[in-house]
Design a protein around this ligand. Structure first.
Ligand SMILES: Cc1ncc(COP(=O)(O)O)c(C=O)c1O
Length: 910
């Protein structure tokens, strides 16, 4: 039996224990006597013991059936026990228990088994969705049976869903249950519940730390256990529904925070009402207004007299040459293609019907106040938000290595950009994220210069492509303490899934915004703020940077996030969302947001993308928790497999949080999520505290040890030889991104491939001549050690920056100045630029220069070229540098153009 520390999650442990138990029983049946049989018997007994602890949280097979099997085993009825355990195993792996009743006793024929196994996947998908309902009450066996049978007797054939109840007795068990059993969609909290769980299994009890159920609950009076449970679940699984059954008075309950509670029941025996409410609660999440409308529309007979020949597939079915397109896609996609906005459909540009409703449901799911769909990716979302909020001349603090859509957004808006430097990871040729002290330093500097009123927005990428995640709430809190109406735009292109992982959620913009709104209202906060203001009255900048600043109670919470739903959740390519949680949206922004939305949104938005966003939202509200949990498990399994395999360790290294986040930003001291000696770290602790954490679902692998650079390893090894696709590399690393579709077997395949690559390298080096070996070692050293330092943002030329001390630059002017060829010149990267610099000339870039990788501009229009940037560009051996013409050189401004611009500035100042 593997030890507990080998498991990252209790779900994996459960699955493995069931299959180990089956193996032991089969073995025992075959070989019932002897020394080996004795050992197998003892092992099986242990497995039963450990399963008994975890099974109480699941409806299938259920504790009664489980104990029955165990008794059979103990009574020596091996054949019966083996039969039942095999059935349970099979039903758990195939998910058959979700579709039908599984008879576990030997002799009872499982008539539906064959039929179930033959069901094609699409027919299986049309069976009634299944979930589990957790009843929390301290009852004896007899009462438990009574409760369950009452619930089950309410089932009706017309119900859209089917569910099974599972009963736990205490508040703590309920918290463990909702974090362990992903089948649970609803919780009935009855008045008899106890406080503490009797379970002592670390892999389960650590869930309590996550839910705040370990310490926060000690002083609660028993009558408040129910309401408290609803409140605690809201923190970790806000998508669930709870029903509080109580014998207290309506007045007593009315003033309490009931978290996720949908309804309070004062009559304990009203099972039909409960049943209907449970179904209605799940239906509210299952509902997909736009997807449903589109399906309905596609069934209606219509005559097409609008411009879209593909609509109804007419231009294809009548074709002699493109029939294969129709065959490939099938008829539905064309039946659902239309440019109509009526007939039950809606307009994205001015939604009043099902698109509006779908957006409202998405807002609920992602914790936003308003959500807007986009059918042209987060690139468009970013430009919309920036244009809606930033006025010409406004100062915006932007992380320099953010996605290019932001830089273009700044040009469009006419912003004055103050670029912020992320900490560099020179050894891996990648950037981290912007330290809070760097942000505070610039804000304080702008304050000292009397320009805080012009500072409009802070724009950061959370998480970064490489998986560095900010402490979002802390960043906002401290910035608001300096500038209480600062707007935040968090680019969460890679982080839509985060809302559905309880560890991840607190680090999302929307969750942090909601927490902040609540906290700013509390009297304790006002007191703490007043105290700090007094203490920091004459504080200097160093003190303010060191201190954790508290925002004033009247600070405005103004938060925007943009998410590429298509990157991490179910959505067709380009499906993205803008989430808004801005207290001043209605009063100040709505109209300009509408203009910006109109500027960037097509008048023919793709309906399939919108429908897929709607369905993607349904999925995460019902099974996002399960899928994200599985994704993290898969990534963790990958980390573990690579870091424990002796051959892989020779050539590869999985980068840990310690490698990617400097110690000063990791207050918890956690270096890695898996250690071969100590097993798994509970990442909850560092995710709660640290300035930066690493998103475990992204696995960066240092491949320099193979002698290949990241890009060659990606294209010539992974892609061409093994058909494995990735898209991010650095000079000596490649990034493996898991997603909610990643399975344990796809991870296993990747490991196999890496082992094969390592074996080939071993063989090759074995046969290599001395010279070849030397060349290999030199290549590795070159890739792993001789790396050019990553350059910081230099500065804007004074022609585009009125105040070099605070450094914000007008990026729009140089962008358009470069439209006139006469203002520009080309300088050769290999010597021309340096020669000009030696003569004392300030060389100023006339365009964005974006090498890929890393994929963000190392020069922006108006930026002065530094020697460090030059050295970095020369050392970059990448094929793609957007904006750079190898045949001509770097596009720069002529001295005359700069002088003229300076003159214009001076005249304007007069
Ligand atoms: C941080 C970041 N923001 C925005 C985008 C653009 O997203 P989309 O591809 O949905 O337009 C990307 C794309 O890679 C990105 O990495």
């Amino acid at each position: 039996m593997q030890s507990m520390s080998d498991y990252y999650s209790a779900v994996q442990l459960r699955a493995d224990r069931w299959s180990a138990l089956r193996e032991k029983l089969v073995h025992l049946e075959r070989e019932p006597q002897g020394r080996r049989a004795k050992a197998a018997h003892a092992e099986a007994q242990k497995l039963f013991g450990s399963l008994a602890i975890v099974e109480r949280y699941w409806a299938f097979p259920g504790m009664a059936a489980f104990e029955h099997i165990r008794r059979q085993f103990e009574a020596g009825h091996l054949s019966e026990a083996t039969y039942s355990v095999t059935r349970v195993n099979r039903a758990l792996t195939t998910g058959a228990y979700r579709r039908r009743k599984i008879p576990l006793e030997q002799g009872i024929l499982d008539e539906d088994q064959e039929e179930d196994a033959l069901l094609p996947p699409d027919a299986r998908a049309l069976t009634k969705p299944y979930f589990e309902v957790m009843i929390v009450d301290d009852v004896n066996e007899h009462q438990e049976r009574w409760l369950k049978s009452n619930m089950l007797s309410m089932r009706r054939s017309e119900d859209a869903f089917t569910y099974e109840p599972v009963v736990v007795s205490s508040l703590q068990d309920a918290l463990i249950g909702v974090l362990f059993n992903h089948n649970i969609q609803a919780i009935i909290v009855r008045p008899g519940l106890r406080l503490e769980s009797e379970v002592e299994l670390a892999i389960l009890t650590r869930y309590l730390n996550r839910a705040g159920g370990a310490e926060e609950i000690e002083d609660i009076p028993p009558e408040d256990y129910g309401p408290e449970l609803c409140r605690l679940i809201a923190k970790v699984r806000p998508e669930l529904d709870a029903y509080l059954v109580t014998d207290r008075s309506v007045e007593d309950i009315a003033g309490l925070d009931l978290g996720i509670c949908r309804r309070v029941f004062y009559n304990q025996e009203d099972f039909m009402e409960l049943h209907l409410n449970i179904l209605r609660g799940v239906q509210a999440r299952f509902k997909t207004p736009f997807f449903t409308a589109l399906k309905e529309y596609s069934k209606q007979p219509t005559g097409v007299f609008h411009a879209m020949p593909i609509s109804r597939g007419k231009s294809i079915t009548r074709s002699h040459w493109i029939q294969d397109m129709g065959a490939f896609y099938g008829p539905n996609i064309f039946l659902a293609e239309t440019s109509a906005t009526s007939g039950g459909l809606d307009s994205l540009l001015e939604p009043h019907g099902p698109i509006k409703e779908a957006q409202e449901l998405a807002a609920r799911a992602f914790g936003a106040k308003q959500t807007f769909f986009a059918t042209n990716g987060t690139s468009t979302c970013n430009k919309i938000v920036v244009q809606a909020l930033v006025r010409p001349g406004d100062i915006v603090l932007v992380d320099r290595d953010c996605h290019k859509s932001h830089h273009y957004g700044m040009v469009l808006a006419g912003a004055n950009v103050r670029y912020l430097d992320s900490y560099p990871l020179n050894e891996y040729s990648m950037y981290g994220a912007v330290p809070l002290k760097e942000i505070k330093h610039h804000l304080l500097k702008l304050k000292a210069a009397g320009k805080l009123d012009r500072v409009r927005m802070l724009l950061l990428t959370n998480c970064t492509f490489d998986g560095i995640v900010y402490n979002v709430e802390r960043v906002m809190e401290e910035c608001l303490a300096i500038k209480p109406d600062l707007i935040f735009l968090w680019d969460e292109a890679w982080f839509a899934f985060a809302r559905f992982g309880p560890t991840y959620r607190p680090r999302t913009g929307m969750n942090a915004a909601n927490n902040l709104r609540e906290r700013l209202r509390s009297p304790e906060h006002a007191k703490a703020h007043a105290k700090q203001v007094e203490k920091l009255q004459d504080a200097d900048e160093a003190t303010l940077i060191k201190t954790r600043l508290i925002p004033p109670p009247n600070a405005r919470v103004r938060v925007y996030t943009t998410q590429s739903t298509h990157k991490t959740l179910t959505s067709l390519r380009q499906g993205s969302m803008i989430h808004v949680n801005d207290q001043d949206f209605k009063g100040e922004v709505e109209a300009s947001f509408q203009e910006a939305y109109m500027t960037h949104t097509s008048t023919s938005p793709n309906y399939q993308i919108i429908a897929s966003l709607d369905v993607g939202r349904r999925q995460v509200e019902l099974e996002g928790f399960e899928f994200v949990q599985r994704q993290v498990e898969a990534a963790m399994a990958m980390r573990r497999a690579i870091s424990t395999h002796p051959l892989l360790q020779k050539y590869f290294k999985v980068l840990t949080a310690g490698d990617m986040i400097p110690e000063e930003h990791r207050e918890s001291g956690v270096e890695s999520y898996y250690d071969p000696e100590q097993g798994w770290t509970d990442i909850w602790n560092c995710w709660e505290k640290d300035e930066f954490v690493l998103d475990a679902t992204r696995v960066t692998l240092a491949v320099g040890g193979t002698g290949w650079d990241g890009d060659t390893f990606k294209t010539q090894v992974l892609m061409d030889k093994y058909g494995i696709q990735i898209n991010k590399t650095s000079r000596n690393t490649v990034l493996f991104m898991t997603n909610i579709g990643t399975t344990r077997s796809s991870v296993a395949y990747l490991i196999e491939v890496l082992v094969e690559i390592a074996k080939e390298l071993d063989d090759r080096l074995d046969d290599a001549s001395k010279m070849e070996r030397l060349a290999f070692e030199r290549r590795v050293k070159n890739l792993m050690q001789d790396l050019p330092p990553l350059p910081d943002f230099s500065h804007f030329h004074e022609a585009f920056c009125a105040d070099p001390d605070t450094g914000e630059g007008d990026i729009r002017t140089p962008f358009f100045l470069a439209y006139d060829e006469n203002n520009c010149d080309y300088l050769d990267l290999q010597g021309g630029i340096e020669a000009e610099m030696d003569k004392g000339r300030e060389v100023v870039s006339a365009s964005f220069i974006i090498p890929y990788p890393p994929g963000f501009p190392i020069l922006v229009p108006g930026q002065v070229v530094s020697r460090e940037i030059l050295a970095f560009m020369r050392a970059l051996d990448v094929n793609e540098i957007h904006g750079y013409r190898a045949d001509l050189g770097l596009r720069v401004f002529t001295d005359e153009a700069l002088a003229k611009q300076l003159e214009t500035l001076a005249t304007a100042a007069e």
